[in-house]
Design a protein. Structure first.
Length: 151
């Protein structure tokens, strides 16, 4: 299975016609919060998001989860308990695409990575920053009772 994002032309063609299934890698610890990543590819460059990515044709969801975790976090993460799904109406309303994400609690060998072990652009957040996708903020508030950053 190829790694990295799909070429833009292929991405645009495919997902202008069908919903896009994604996996969301939720690394959460009650005392540290959640791992978020700085978005480096379109759309929404510069926003924060739960690490995640597209499930490819013929790929098992759990295999996509492991691939995306390795691509985005540089660590082996298994898909733990299914936490729920996240729909992204803001994408559709802004003529981007129509993703639906399956959010799994990440399971790592030896426990969740320390802050220093995360790649550049990834960090633990005890509160939810304003740069986080609104749909993901709502999901994390509902699922873990996390609160928005007061600043």
């Amino acid at each position: 299975m190829a790694r990295g994002p799909l070429p833009k032309q292929e991405f645009d063609y495919l997902y202008s016609r069908v919903p896009r299934l994604t996996v969301e890698i939720v690394l959460f610890e009650p005392d540290r919060g959640v791992v978020l990543s700085l978005r480096e590819i379109p759309p929404n460059i510069g926003s924060l998001h739960i690490p995640g990515g597209t499930v490819r044709w013929g790929e098992r969801v759990t295999d996509a989860y492991r691939r995306v975790a390795l691509d985005e976090l540089g660590v082996e993460v298994g898909a733990g308990r299914l936490l729920g799904y996240i729909e992204y109406p803001s994408h559709f309303e802004n003529d981007l695409d129509s993703p639906v994400g399956l959010a799994f609690l990440g399971e790592t060998r030896g426990g969740p990575p320390a802050a220093a072990e995360l790649p550049v652009g990834c960090a633990w957040y005890a509160t939810l920053p304003p740069e986080l996708y609104a749909e993901q903020r709502e999901f994390l508030e509902r699922t873990f009772g996390m609160e928005a950053d007061p600043s």
